[in-house]
Ligand binder design. Structure first.
Ligand code: SAH
Ligand code: SF4
Length: 387
């Protein structure tokens, strides 16, 4: 393109800025940086996140000169869908190719009038929880903000859901896919800010959930940047067991994790919030009645609800899913102690979309956990994951 604009002239060699992952503030700064008014950011955000438009020439409320300029210096590029699978229960899973060729997964789980998108934050994970297939892969790299919010964009796009205005194809998001969100906190916070921004996806902060296995220093600071719902992956009633299955516990033991999570919710203006405690039940490891009793003592008076996740097996995992009776007994002890307890329904099991099944085949395709599912009194916080 022939032009005297220095920004355009240099762009042939410079990398284009991907606007997809920029927060409102970052996009305003981008426009200011190229000598444009800040309100351009609002116009462009609506095109990208409400309308699903990637082509600057279709952004008809921008002048032709600005459209040409943006075309030269910027882009709107989501990650690529490598493959898509639909489960008989309505769950849809995407393998998503990110720069460098690695694959991550996102899963959309429709349920009644809501649909929860489970989003990945990293390629692989460094924390090596012993029962997690992502952990077994090791860590490759952090996802960028564009790659994280791009999973939401792709999910809506895949259902051709833009006409609904704010993309109601997705009503809830859980950061429970591959990776540890608090080890990629900047990009996760930016993308969650887009999830909640009215100019992007406009989700209530209660309907976006960050799940962490306990990166306590990052959790201690999280309230300064974020007000989404919080889930912590506890999985054990004491440090001895947790040290064996969640190695980061050796650095940040249970007491410090629980205190940090409580400080996070105490810092929120909404005083009714609680921490979701995720507890993956592993046969013979942490699923005995005495473990349930110890857990109820540990969490006595703690502002929480408990989500039990019967282990989802994968090849060479070294763990087993507890029997239905064991799950039931564990659940009952906690219920009788007065906790709000749910047992996570296995979803998308015919396409390996359940927790811990992102790699390899599925050994156990039963749906028996569904029998034990109790409903949350407050159903805003989601209870599905796929790490
Ligand atoms: N890294 C974050 C978020 C992703 S994991 C975290 O650990 O919290 C989402 C949830 O799925 C976590 O609670 C995790 O422990 C659980 N999970 C991982 N593998 C699982 C498996 N094979 N079966 C059941 N739950 C699993
Ligand atoms: Fe990482 Fe979470 Fe898997 Fe642990 S459970 S290895 S933190 S993804």
């Amino acid at each position: 393109m022939a032009t005297d604009d220095p920004l355009i002239a240099t762009s042939a060699t410079a990398q284009r800025t991907n606007l997809l992952g920029l927060t409102r503030q970052q996009l305003e700064a981008f426009f200011e940086g190229i000598g444009e008014k800040r309100f351009r950011a609002q116009q462009v955000m609506k095109w990208i996140h409400h309308q699903g438009i990637r082509d600057f020439q279709q952004m008809t409320n921008l002048g032709k000169a600005l459209r040409d300029r943006l075309e030269a210096i910027a882009e709107i590029t989501p990650p690529q869908i490598e493959s898509q699978q639909d489960s008989s229960d309505g769950t849809r899973k995407w393998a998503i190719k990110v720069d460098g060729g690695s694959l991550v997964e996102a899963v959309l789980i429709p349920e009644g009038d809501r649909a929860t998108l489970c989003v990945s934050s990293q390629v692989g994970c460094s924390l090596d929880c012993k029962f997690c297939s992502t952990g077994k892969q090791g860590f490759q790299r952090d996802l960028t903000s564009a790659e994280i919010i791009g999973q939401v964009w792709l999910a809506i796009d895949s259902y051709d859901g833009w006409q609904s205005g704010k993309g109601r194809v997705v009503t809830n998001v859980v950061m429970m896919g591959m990776g540890e969100p608090l080890l990629n906190v900047d990009n996760v916070v930016s993308s969650m800010s887009l999830m909640c921004d009215d100019l992007a996806y406009g989700l209530s902060k209660r309907k976006v959930t960050l799940s962490t296995s306990g990166v306590v220093p990052a959790l201690d600071k999280l309230a300064d940047y974020s007000d989404v719902s919080l889930a912590i992956s506890l999985h054990a009633p004491n440090d001895t067991i947790r040290n064996q299955i969640v190695p980061i516990n050796k650095r940040y033991p249970i007491a410090s994790l629980l205190a940090s999570a409580k400080a996070y919710i105490d810092a929120q203006s909404d005083k009714k919030r609680v921490v979701t405690i995720e507890y993956t039940l592993l046969a013979g490891v942490n699923d005995q009645v005495e473990h349930a009793r110890e857990l109820s003592e540990l969490l006595d008076g703690y502002p929480c609800k408990i989500n039990l996740i019967p282990f989802n097996d994968f090849p060479n995992s070294g763990f087993k899913r507890p029997s239905g009776n064991a799950v039931s007994r564990f659940w009952q002890v906690l219920m009788e102690a007065g906790f709000i307890v749910t047992v996570r329904t296995t979803r998308g099991d015919d396409i390996d979309a359940a927790c811990g099944q992102l790699v390899g085949d599925v050994a156990d395709r039963t749906k028996r956990s569904a029998r034990y599912r109790a409903q949350y009194e407050d159903d805003d916080v989601e209870e599905i994951s796929l790490a």
